[in-house]
Design a protein around this ligand. Structure first.
Ligand SMILES: [Zn+2]
Ligand SMILES: [Zn+2]
Length: 132
């Protein structure tokens, strides 16, 4: 074990899907788009991205192609929403913040889809970058 490569563990609500993401995240954002609202059932979705090759799985999410070439992964047993990825770019995979066993380790760096943000969620983390 080495401190240089922290292992971030996480999984779904029931535990059928577990993962380990090694190293540091390559990005994190709050997404205010309507599709993430439907997928999560919540007002804003926070994602943490890791290089795809830094991730190992114990149990695999099932995937739903929510728009052409964009895949949302969820637990086939409990339905927890876990991932978002692009089919044509395997350099990274987004994890929902709440799937990590210790989500307090991560901090969002930007807001996406602010033009569709709900007023009650638009004001969180005002100091980070905003994108329409
Ligand atoms: Zn599950
Ligand atoms: Zn979104």
């Amino acid at each position: 074990m080495t401190a240089k490569h922290p292992e971030h563990r996480g999984g779904c609500l029931c535990g059928a899907v577990r993962f380990v993401a090694s190293g540091e995240p390559i990005g994190s954002n709050h997404c205010h788009c309507g599709m993430c609202r439907k997928d999560s059932g919540s007002g804003v979705s926070t994602f943490v991205a890791f290089p795809t090759n830094a991730v190992t799985w114990d149990g695999k999410p099932r995937e739903y192609e929510s728009s052409p070439g964009k895949y949302r992964g969820f637990c086939p047993k409990c339905g927890s929403s876990i991932t978002w990825r692009k089919g044509d770019d395997d350099s990274f995979i987004d994890f929902r913040l709440g799937t990590f066993d210790d989500p307090s380790l991560f901090k969002a760096k930007k807001h996406l889809w602010m033009r569709t943000a709900l007023p009650s969620f638009a004001g969180i983390d005002p100091e980070i970058e905003h994108f329409d």
